[in-house]
Write a protein that binds this ligand. Structure first.
Ligand code: 1PW
Length: 215
């Protein structure tokens, strides 16, 4: 293996970040969560430029959170829980219309959170798929069950086009760079419940504060 081999990205890194974002008392560390998203974007970009319209928005959201992490208020942006508390107490969350608090951490994370459900459903399909399963079908089914309901027709349409460009299952497994198909399935068996846990904790936190529909 040469040096480029060493630097090759593995989807395992994404799993590691999402594992690291979960604290012992079930809080979620923003920095690791965002690192997970950075890895995911890197992976999606490696699938080709058709995915760039999908990653573009994720990158913008990652950047907004990166700015919070570097801001003078960064001490409040440690976990989702501390962020929610801080933004609510300081009236940094808009509940009714999208106004000048467009870059609030709460509404930004909510978008990524919805995206994470898509990832979870897709990876679970991938995990239980067989050799002749179609990645494009699994991906669009997962999308339709999750994120699609928040998107206007034009975005759903463009997403459908991008899915058709997904490589077939064998190539997809290779790009994940995790190892043999058996190792990929084993990794997914670990990743899916972990991502589900992160998703469920976030969902519950947002539900508690009536923030699941932030504009
Ligand atoms: C293969 C599985 C991939 C899972 C990765 C999920 C990526 C999520 C990014 C989807 C972006 C679609 C195009 C952008 C739509 C935005 O309008 C929308 N953003 C999201 C994340 O849904 C809403 O953001 P906005 O306009 O309210 O700031």
């Amino acid at each position: 293996a040469d040096t480029s081999e060493e630097q090759k990205f593995s989807l395992r890194e994404v799993l590691d970040s999402f594992r690291a974002c979960l604290s012992e008392n079930k809080e979620i560390f923003i920095e690791d969560y965002i690192a997970g998203w950075r890895g995911l974007v890197r992976f999606l970009n490696s699938l080709g430029s058709v995915f760039s319209f999908i990653t573009k928005d994720a990158v913008a959201k990652i950047q907004i959170m990166g700015n919070h992490l570097k801001s003078e208020n960064r001490e409040h942006y440690v976990t989702f829980q501390s962020m929610v508390k801080y933004e609510l107490e300081n009236e940094q969350v808009e509940f009714h219309k999208r106004g000048n608090l467009y870059e609030s951490g709460c509404r930004t994370i909510l978008r990524l959170h919805r995206g994470l459900q898509w990832l979870q459903l897709f990876l679970d399909r991938l995990r239980t798929s067989t050799e002749d399963s179609k990645t494009s079908v699994m991906c669009s089914e997962a999308y339709n069950e999750s994120l699609a309901k928040y998107h206007p027709w034009i975005i759903r349409k463009a997403a459908g086009v991008a899915f058709c460009a997904l490589p077939g299952r064998p190539t997809f497994f290779e790009v994940m760079n995790v190892g043999t198909p058996e190792q990929v399935v084993a990794m997914l068996g670990e990743a899916v419940p972990l991502i589900a846990e992160v998703y469920n904790i976030t969902e519950e936190l947002y539900a508690q504060h009536n923030m699941l529909d932030l504009p």
